[in-house]
Design a protein around this ligand. Structure first.
Ligand SMILES: [Mg+2]
Length: 365
């Protein structure tokens, strides 16, 4: 089996409502669909969500990187040779979302060729995972309404609260959420580097008082001594996300004492490097959780496959609900969250069929 064509298709899909966080805001899904075909007629897909405020990539840069840098390396290659392909792709630095989408599309092809779903190829730790919902910034009333909608409609009982604003504003939202949702739900927080170290230390104690279990990216990790002071003082684990986006970066961050748990995202490290990061952390006794890059439906399906594939990830709620913000998407068969859980797909590969009519409607010229 050889790769025949590689396409990067920019999409524009409206959101039902915008999503805000300390480092940015999204109002529409300007994702790029990566579509790889093989000489024996298989078609694999991956989805690259551009996040310029985190990684510097835009939809246009992802399209250019795939078309000009990565497609020439991929055409003619064997999709099973993911390690060789990864080494070739890594001759270009960064471009995490573009590389992540390519890796997901390769695993989709491998799964189809083997007649096995990706989560089974990864290790089949579980058939489904608990869903977590990420609550974007808003007034306490808006954030409570958002959480209640997902709880009531989908049975979700794990929530990541976006914080990183003025501490009084954030804590008002945390108090309101805990009061409304009760003590049984799992709450954790993500500041997206919005605080300085002193604020984050105070915040970590207040969050712990409300039973918030983890604090993600409290300050810029490049503020090295400040981050270490937070880790030393915080009663809850400090999670690395956008500061820990490569295997070596995760190792360095853990060894330097910048983080105590790691968020992995299929949208930036695909399946191959995500699995390596999870293995590294498992060996060190470090918790890994699956985060959400404000994923569309295809990346959501991929995240569930990763979570159901690896035991260390299947233990924790997986952030899967951001596709609910989208008014539509290009998948023929949208994800379904029932009683707070989401199941891995049983079809070979990702099991995600693209609807040709929707693709024609939402693709940009
Ligand atoms: Mg995060």
């Amino acid at each position: 089996m050889k790769i025949d064509t590689v396409e990067a298709i920019p999409l524009a899909i409206p959101y039902r409502r915008p999503f805000g966080f300390a480092s940015g805001r999204v109002t529409a899904a300007d994702h790029v669909l990566v579509q790889i075909t093989t000489d024996d007629g298989l078609v694999g897909h991956g989805e690259a969500p551009p996040r310029p405020y985190t990684y510097g990539e835009t939809a246009a840069s992802i399209v250019a990187a795939v078309r000009d840098l990565f497609a020439p390396v991929l055409v003619g290659a064997d999709p099973f040779a993911r390690e060789r392909i990864r080494a070739d792709l890594d001759r270009t630095v960064a471009n995490n979302a573009a590389k992540g989408a390519i890796d997901v599309a390769l695993w989709d092809l491998v799964g189809q060729a083997c007649g096995q779903p990706v989560h089974v190829l990864l290790g089949h730790a579980a058939d489904d995972v608990r869903a977590a919902h990420m609550i974007g910034l808003g007034t306490p009333e808006e954030m409570v309404a958002d959480a209640c909608e997902v709880r009531d409609d989908h049975g979700v009982d794990a929530f990541k609260i976006k914080v990183g604003r003025e501490l009084g504003v954030d804590m008002a939202a945390v108090r309101a959420l805990r009061a409304e949702l009760g003590d049984a739900v799992e709450l954790y927080a993500d500041a997206n580097r919005g605080w300085d170290a002193d604020t984050a230390i105070v915040a970590s104690r207040r969050l712990a008082d409300h039973g918030v279990s983890m604090l993600e990216e409290p300050n810029p990790a490049a503020d090295v001594l400040g981050r270490r002071r937070i880790v030393a003082a915080s009663p809850i684990p400090v999670v690395g996300d956008e500061s820990t986006i490569t295997l070596g970066g995760v190792a360095r961050s853990l060894l330097d004492g910048d983080t105590e748990a790691i968020s992995v995202k299929v949208a930036r490290t695909g399946f191959t490097d995500s699995a390596k990061i999870v293995g590294l952390c498992e060996g060190l006794g470090v918790t890994t959780v699956i985060g959400n890059q404000i994923d569309g439906m295809l990346s959501t399906v991929a995240s569930v496959a990763l979570g159901c594939g690896l035991r260390a990830l299947a233990r924790h709620p997986v952030e899967v609900t951001n596709y609910l913000l989208m008014a539509d998407d290009v998948l023929a068969d949208p994800p379904v969250i029932v009683d707070g859980r989401i199941s891995a797909r049983q079809e070979p590969g990702l099991g995600a069929t693209i609807d040709p009519g929707k693709l024609a409607h939402y693709r940009l010229a």
